[in-house]
Design a protein around this ligand. Structure first.
Ligand SMILES: [Zn+2]
Length: 568
């Protein structure tokens, strides 16, 4: 109890000193500790002397020493609070309680990433806010890109995020209906079949000129439509919306509604070859699914005019469409064009490589879903593009995992340190300095590993403290360091180093993910691997457990021999 209390006081004093140019005051520390620990209010008399001692000790340290101790022993107090932003989303225009329907419509063409997480969380939060429903709809009308494994990966990602949907469907379920709506567009002269080549179409759109197909009669269009199902090759004919070739909005210059794609669809195989474009499919699906509020990223903003125009021509119910900004991290692109080659060429180990922005990778790295949700909600519903620093997500994550992360000793570049004359045979170590998440007993026999870096400047005669254990005095420095036991009093001036016993050590690799792209180029040094020794207790932890390696940072256990660095 006394040790814990002293430690808590020390943390508060260090934190306060770090905010006041290295000086702290008794009064400040007293009020802070009593604020945090109401149970101590009746014991003010007893704790004041301890506070006063600790404050004197801290004020004697240099700013650098304070900083280093704070970073090593109290990283949770270092966290700079994210700016107080509105938490949660603004009210939704036209929303009625119990009647809101939103949808999350991913294309199953890749592994879900942080951008999907943002969309899915916004869709779900709004449905919840109004006691409405969320539909998961696989937008699968491009067989060239879609694969069965991606449908599954998206569901796994949503489960992990804790996003619950009320209904799941595929756009491809509605192909018959979508084709029917296509015919309706043609028969009502709101669409026509164009057989010009791609270059002509592009040039015409740029020059705001119609092609001759545009003036074709109904017979021609109906015949061509049927030929699309049988005769034409891919690229030889497309259905185009009759928009306005002179519109300032280039999207409206007779965009494609259907095209021919040959290729096996993951669910329907070769059943269809005429597939709707995104704009046509999304408008029809949103309308028939009863979606009241649809959200998408703002790069689609210019497509809204087309979305509503299609529904107008078909005299179908129109949902309200809103845009939010895309979410990406600096140096961590989400684009499939970028990620796919990295995976295929083996520059990353797979879609769960901890350097990637995929949900699989985030999970493996030790980011928890709750942190992603809080982070997304903290961004709110801004329209400006969000190129967020990863640190912001880290600070949410740190707050959540700190209390559940077991503290373990870890040494790198181990040096053997032998202690003579100690009769301590075992020590009980707390798994967490404040939280009660158990203790572990470590047998000590006087043979330790310490980090090479911690002892490189020590000389014979120097004393140091093995953290949570005892003090030793160096008697000889060779390939090993020989020492003798020199008491157990806690002395602030002694260097404090972590240790593991030789017997109780296990060797692991720690993967340290770094920024994947620097100046838009793949960073060859984006994954560092270090070797370390930690306590055997590591082996007893479940895979996926969060650990804080003391003076190193938070890591997630990936396997018995590998951990992944989460963040500081
Ligand atoms: Zn044409």
């Amino acid at each position: 109890m006394d040790d814990d209390l002293r430690k808590a006081i020390r943390g508060i004093a260090l934190q306060n000193a770090s905010e006041h140019e290295g000086k702290t005051r008794n009064e400040t520390v007293i009020s802070k500790i009593l604020g945090a620990r109401p149970d101590l209010r009746s014991k003010t008399k007893e704790i004041i002397p301890i506070i006063s001692e600790v404050v004197t000790e801290i004020n004697r340290l240099s700013v650098a020493e304070q900083k280093s101790e704070l970073e090593s022993n109290f990283p949770e107090l270092l966290v700079t609070k994210p700016k107080q932003e509105r938490v949660g989303l603004p009210p939704l225009e036209g929303a009625e309680n119990g009647k809101v329907v939103t949808r999350f419509p991913p294309e199953p063409n890749g592994y879900p990433h942080i951008g999907h997480a943002k969309a899915a969380i916004i869709d779900e939060e709004y449905a919840k806010m109004y006691n409405g429903k969320l539909i998961l709809r696989f937008d699968d009308t491009n067989p060239e890109n879609e694969r069965l494994e991606y449908y599954a990966a998206i569901k796994v990602g949503l489960d992990w995020l804790g996003v619950k949907y009320d209904r799941v469907k595929n756009t491809s379920d509605d192909m018959e209906l979508i084709h029917k709506k296509g015919i309706q567009m043609i028969e009502s002269n709101h669409a026509y079949v164009c057989t010009c080549n791609q270059e002509t179409i592009s040039n015409n759109r740029r020059e705001m000129k119609p092609c001759k197909c545009r003036s074709g009669n109904l017979d021609q269009n109906t015949k061509r439509w049927h030929d699309m199902f049988e005769k034409y090759n891919p690229g030889e004919a497309i259905v185009r919306f009759r928009g306005n070739m002179e519109s300032d909005n280039t999207v409206m210059r007779d965009p494609a509604l259907f095209r021919i794609i040959e290729g096996s669809h993951p669910l329907l195989m070769e059943k269809y070859r005429v597939w709707p474009n995104y704009d046509f499919a999304v408008a029809i699906e949103d309308s028939i699914d009863g979606v009241t509020h649809a959200f998408r990223t703002k790069e689609y903003e210019l497509r809204n005019e087309l979305y509503y125009a299609i529904l107008d021509r078909l005299e179908m119910r129109k949902p309200k469409m809103f845009e939010f900004s895309r979410l990406e991290f600096e140096g961590m692109p989400v684009s499939k064009r970028v990620l796919k080659p990295l995976v295929e060429e083996g520059q990353v180990s797979g879609y769960d490589d901890p350097r990637l922005p995929t949900l699989e990778a985030m999970r493996r790295r030790g980011i928890v879903p709750e942190a992603i949700r809080k982070f997304v909600l903290s961004l709110g519903f801004t329209k400006s593009d969000t190129l967020a620093p990863f640190d912001t997500l880290e600070s949410f994550n740190r707050k959540i995992i700190d209390g559940i992360s077991i503290r373990l000793f870890m040494v790198t570049e181990p040096v053997k340190l032998v202690v003579k004359n100690s009769n301590v045979t075992s020590v009980e170590l707390a798994n967490h300095p404040q939280k009660d998440i158990g203790k572990r007993r470590v047998e000590v026999d006087g043979v330790f590993y310490v980090s090479g870096n911690d002892v490189k400047d020590l000389q014979v005669g120097d004393q140091l403290r093995l953290i949570e254990l005892y003090n030793v005095k160096i008697t000889k420095i060779g390939s090993d360091i020989e020492t003798e036991y020199s008491g157990n009093d806690f002395k602030t001036e002694l260097p404090k180093i972590q240790w593991i016993t030789q017997k109780d050590s296990t060797k692991i690799n720690i993967l340290i993910p770094k920024t994947l792209f620097v100046n838009e180029k793949f960073n060859e040094n984006s994954l560092e691997t270090i070797q370390a020794f930690t306590e055997k207790h590591y082996l007893e932890l479940n895979e996926g457990a969060e650990i804080q390696f003391i003076r190193f940072g938070y890591c997630r256990k990936d396997s018995a021999i590998q951990a992944i660095y989460t963040h500081k």
